[in-house]
Design a binder for this molecule. Sequence first.
Ligand SMILES: *Cc1c(COP(=O)(O)O)cnc(C)c1O
Length: 368
Amino acid sequence: MDPIPISTVALPEGTEELVLSVLRSGRLAQGPMVAELEELMAALCGVEHAVAVSNGTVSLVAALEALGIGPGDEVVTSPFTFVATLNAILERGARVRFADIDPDDFCVDPDAVADAIGPDTAALLPVHLYGQPARMEVLSPMAERHGLTLVEDAAQAHGARIGDRPVGSYGVGSFSFYATKNIACGEGGMVTTSDAEVADRLRLLRNQGMRARYRYEVPGHNFRMTELQAAVGIPQLRRIAETDAARSANAATLTEGLAGIDGLVTPSVRPGVHHVWHQYTIRVTDAARCTRDEVAEGLDERGIGCGVYYPGVVDDHDCYRDHPLVAAADVPVARRVATEVLSLPVHPGLGPSELERIVGGVREVLGA
Ligand SMILES: *Cc1c(COP(=O)(O)O)cnc(C)c1O
């Protein structure tokens, strides 16, 4: 039996033709394809502006810079995230403070965020982990009350919603098109906003601070995306409803199949929330008959891909330990959850027999 990968890149029909058209056009740098990708993302997020950049880390940096976040500012974020969230804040020279997470949705706990807000706090940076929106309906008014800017790390959450409201529309949104994300261009990023001034600053920062040819308004960067990257993403974005539905159906099948196993907690979806299942993440708790790592090993032996996202809190590495800009985190929930999480394949490439194998494999390893 073929191994089941934890993620795949599925390129819809028409992708090769579109990429080939770019190659033949002679225009490889940012142009009409990038503009079309931006329009599709603005529509998906229900915002006025989407600004494409070279990757998701850069989109976080650009969002923070466009909002004026820098040295002297503190940013409150999740300790349970990919390291890019942390690195982007440090890249801006801002300080990082962590707020613990809710074990049910893996995102920051709004009460912990409220406790973390101090006199130097300038921004909140929640992460929509695994494709489920953080509690923006609480965090957004909280940011407003305290006069804080709000950046959403939506790298894993293209198209996720709370009610009818898409992520990336609450604050300034930041997306990634890295090869394993729900929309994959190889590399790529997008910043979303309905604030015309922020969008204008983002476009300047992206292109060396240049307003018109060789007229520089601010010291800028090269954050541009290529036409080739955009051409890979456009067909996927046009069909995101289909792949999104497939991920949801796969998640429902897994949750049904994995019900009632001692010590295994299937992922919960907050009521009224649309989860886009970038990852399907179970928790293997103390009550299970073996550890999370033993489950991972057992699945590996059976050719079932799985992953631990993430094996620890984000700053638990020597390079951050005594970092002057990183406040040591008192985040017991995130620390415990990091020992329990295991992500199973949920991507649209799975068929019924693969889903059955995943469920059967997990049941076998856990003796259920
Ligand atoms: C992938 C990811 C990023 C960074 O995106 P890149 O395109 O890899 O730079 C940032 N935050 C989170 C939560 C991610 O998963």
